[in-house]
Design a protein around this ligand. Structure first.
Ligand code: APR
Length: 246
């Protein structure tokens, strides 16, 4: 156990601001499928028929059924020791920002402070109108799919996630940019992601350039592995509690 902590402590890594980037691999230990790994969602489903605005326009019922299923899966899941370790770490360190690509709510359910968590790909449990700014967290019953906006009455509601081909919310980008630009990070933790999006790689590398030790936790190599100072080819739930000295 000790080798993990000593390697971080030696480098003051835990003293400075900490940027954490998480992906589906963190929730894999809670029983949720990843996207691209073995048995991943995109191995079984075609994202172009389920996770694009065009797919929704073509067949909103099918898309909604699929997100209802993902909501049920995420509701059944519980936070694992990886989520819990990150939540406790962030609660004790205000200069820590957790940037998650996950749309499940396991970070929140683990107790991660709201002010230190950014969902860059949206939220599975949010419904938003396809026309007006209406948003809610109502559980949509399967019979009334696709649900309609109660405010404009005929426009469809859609799941509050970011689909392929859509831009990230500018407020979200601003939050992460603000942290990355003003922090001389001590540590950049990249957990359970293939890092297949340019903005994820960019944020991690800029935080590293600001002085952060880049630590990757992933059983497999990723787009960021070459830049990693330390890589743990292990499961997040087994490494994070030890690494964060909890
Ligand atoms: N612990 C740590 N990492 C793990 C574990 C585990 N227990 N199990 C799997 N992994 C790793 C895999 O090796 C893989 O590199 O997690 C990564 C999961 O990668 P993806 O499935 O590509 O998920 P992610 O990187 O989060 O995808 C990014 O793509 O499909 C879109 O919007 C979706 O947010 C998602 C985004």
């Amino acid at each position: 156990m000790t080798h993990k902590i000593s390697r971080l402590k030696g480098r003051r890594a835990l003293d400075g601001p900490v940027l954490v980037i998480t992906g589906a691999g963190l929730s894999a230990d809670s029983g949720l499928q990843t996207f691209r790994g073995a048995g991943g969602l995109w191995r079984n489903y075609n994202p172009l028929t389920l996770a694009t605005p065009e797919a929704f326009a073509r067949n909103p019922h099918l898309v909604w059924e699929w997100y209802q299923w993902r909501r049920a899966e995420a509701t059944k899941a519980t936070p694992n020791p990886g989520h819990l370790a990150l939540a406790r770490f962030a609660s004790n360190k205000t200069e820590c920002l957790i940037v998650t690509q996950n749309v499940d709510n396991l970070h929140e359910r683990a107790g991660t402070p709201e002010g230190q968590l950014v969902h860059v790909h949206g939220d599975l449990f949010l419904n938003r109108c396809t026309r007006c700014s209406y948003v809610d967290r109502e559980c949509t019953s399967s019979v009334d799919l696709p649900p309609r906006c109660p405010r404009c009455e005929d426009a469809l509601l859609r799941p509050g996630v970011v689909w392929f081909g859509e831009s990230l919310d500018s407020k979200v980008i601003e939050r992460v940019e603000d942290f990355v630009c003003r922090s001389e990070c001590g540590l950049v933790l990249v957990v359970g992601t293939t890092a297949c999006f340019a903005y994820i790689i960019d944020w991690a590398l800029r935080a590293k350039r600001s002085g952060g030790l880049l630590v990757e936790i992933n059983p497999e190599e990723t787009e960021l592995s070459e830049a990693a100072d330390i890589a743990y080819r292990e499961r997040a739930r087994d490494v994070l509690p030890e690494l964060l000295g909890l």
